[in-house]
Design a protein around this ligand. Structure first.
Ligand code: NAD
Length: 489
């Protein structure tokens, strides 16, 4: 298999290629044409040219194209899900969910084509009219990670397009095959040339060039906090609008009155689903002391039974991690945790399946101290740290002290304590009696502190990044009317 870059409606090859590897088998899945700086230039030019007519295409018609993308995605769902699993390793049921999120977003934003609501308001002068409306922002640079190779780009691509922007997408070099296959769907739906451009490249050079290019007005980034900060610094110097969705260190809080079986099931899914490689993955279990012994027992039994393997196998529950570097990074955190005094209940080792793949045994840590490395840092792997507390207040305090602020959940049957938690937890997402993962596309998504910079993806709030408000005043009085001055004492 070979995949190419997509610029101005054409698939572009390259003298140099790089490989994408299936993390479950370590086999090369595909060779990828490597984009260079000249391709960045062509893509920005194409997107700038296409913007002239795309912004004038009536939004309901742009919406119809998005509906078509949704329809094609539906028919190709299984084919795309299988490619996604091979490209990044997540199990096939989750890969289908990844594609489904794009389908949901296609229809949701397609419908926005008949809204994109502005507003009118009364004005203070007679015979004068005022309204506020949304303009597209221009050429958008989209930079995404590998862990949700379709869902996360969808949160950016669909709202950008419906609002009348054109875009250049630079996906993670870990998932180029599924990124190119996704791009083909937009081509098939009949998007005009230059509206959607794809650049595939290893390393940081192409992404950096997009960030630095004066022709790119808006940047929408999801990835690590380190990369996000670097992007914000560079883009800030050019006055660009930048949205950052970054790391997480999410907690499940369990109070003594919680439904133990439900907590165990939900925690297992939130901690080890996607092999712990979700920005919303639960990596801290903050448990009240009364329920802790029984909960640990229930979790341990479930964790030990998890089946690791190739995500295409329907019996497999936990796939590989993305690559060897991630495997070593996760193991390093585990070793640091042990050195800092936390106790391993299970896991804590690099493993394989039939001698192949980047697999890490689902790991449970007990006795993790607040403030220790394991408690504070994003591990981004199948590692759950258990922290015992005396009260709800202590649990919330530990939760809120994190340098990240994406998702928190709380398990309790006491409505008063649930509402106290909803009020006092400071993260962008809060779940009651549900794990930390499972956002739906119609609500705002994003985090505070080290996780984000104040923007939200998904929901109608997604439009804020991709539009500029324009306020328009129409004076039909035929005379000079001075706001704040005439008609005033
Ligand atoms: P990463 O930061 O290494 O890479 C993200 C993207 O940025 C990739 O496409 C990469 O090629 C590009 N990039 C790297 N350096 C760059 C630079 N200097 N300039 C421009 N682009 C550059 O992240 P990753 O390893 O791909 O993804 C994992 C991270 O993503 C985790 O921290 C996870 O929490 C986070 N994440 C966050 C969310 C969220 O919504 N908050 C969702 C998914 C993943």
């Amino acid at each position: 298999m070979e995949f190419q870059n997509y610029i101005n409606g054409k698939w572009i090859s390259s003298k140099t290629t790089f490989a994408t590897v299936n993390p479950a088998t370590e086999e090369i899945l595909a060779q990828i044409a490597e984009a260079n700086l000249a391709d960045v230039e062509s893509a920005v030019q194409a997107a700038s040219e296409a913007f002239k007519s795309w912004r004038l295409t009536p939004a309901p018609l742009r919406g119809e194209l998005l509906f078509k993308v949704g329809d094609i995605l539906k028919t190709k769902k299984e084919e795309l899900a299988r490619l996604l699993t091979q490209d990044m390793g997540k199990v096939i049921t989750e890969a289908r969910g990844d594609i489904q999120e794009a389908i949901d977003m296609a229809y949701f934003m397609g419908g926005e084509g008949r809204r994109l609501l502005g507003y009118t308001a009364p004005v203070e002068m007679p015979n004068k009219f005022g309204m506020a409306m949304r303009d597209p922002s221009g050429v958008v640079g989209i930079i995404t990670p590998w862990n949700f190779p379709i869902a996360v780009p969808s949160w950016k691509i669909f709202p950008a397009l419906i609002a009348g922007n054109t875009l250049i997408w630079k996906p993670s070099p870990e998932t180029p095959a599924i990124s190119a296959a996704f791009t083909k769907v937009f081509e098939e739906a009949g998007l005009p040339a230059g509206v959607f451009n794809l650049l595939l490249a290893p390393g940081a050079e192409v992404g950096r060039a997009l960030v630095d290019h004066p022709g790119v007005r808006v940047l929408s980034f999801t990835g690590s906090t380190t990369t996000g900060r670097a992007i914000a610094e560079a883009a800030g110097r050019l006055n660009k609008k930048v949205s950052l969705e970054m790391g997480g260190k999410n907690a499940i809080i369990v109070l003594d009155d919680a439904d133990l079986e439900l907590v165990a099931d939900a925690t297992l899914w939130a901690a080890f689903g996607t092999t712990g490689q979700r920005c919303t993955a639960a990596s801290r279990l903050i448990v009240q002391k009364g329920i802790a012994p029984k909960l640990k027992e229930a979790l341990l039994a479930r964790t030990k039974k998890l089946t690791l393997g190739n995500g295409l196998d329907l019996n497999v529950e936990v796939g590989p991690v993305i690559n060897k570097i991630a495997l070593d990074r996760i193991h390093n955190y585990v070793q640091v945790g042990q050195k800092e005094g936390a106790r391993v209940l299970t896991g804590a080792e690099i493993t394989d399946v039939n001698g192949k793949g980047f697999f890490y045994a689902p790991t449970l840590f007990d006795g993790v101290r607040p403030g220790s490395t394991l408690e504070a840092e994003e591990v981004f792997g199948p590692v759950l740290s258990i922290i015992e507390v005396n009260s709800l207040e202590e649990a919330i305090e530990i939760n809120n002290r994190s340098k990240y602020g994406l998702s928190t959940s709380i398990f309790t049957q006491d409505v008063n304590r649930a509402f106290t938690a909803m009020r006092d937890i400071f993260t962008g997402l809060v779940y009651i009696n549900h794990g930390t993962t499972g956002a739906e596309i119609q609500f705002p998504f994003g985090g505070v502190r080290g996780t984000g910079n104040g923007h939200r993806e998904a929901g109608q709030t997604a439009l804020e990044l991709f539009t500029e408000w324009k306020s328009i005043y129409v004076d039909y009085s035929g005379k000079l009317q001075r706001a704040q001055i005439d008609n005033r004492e």
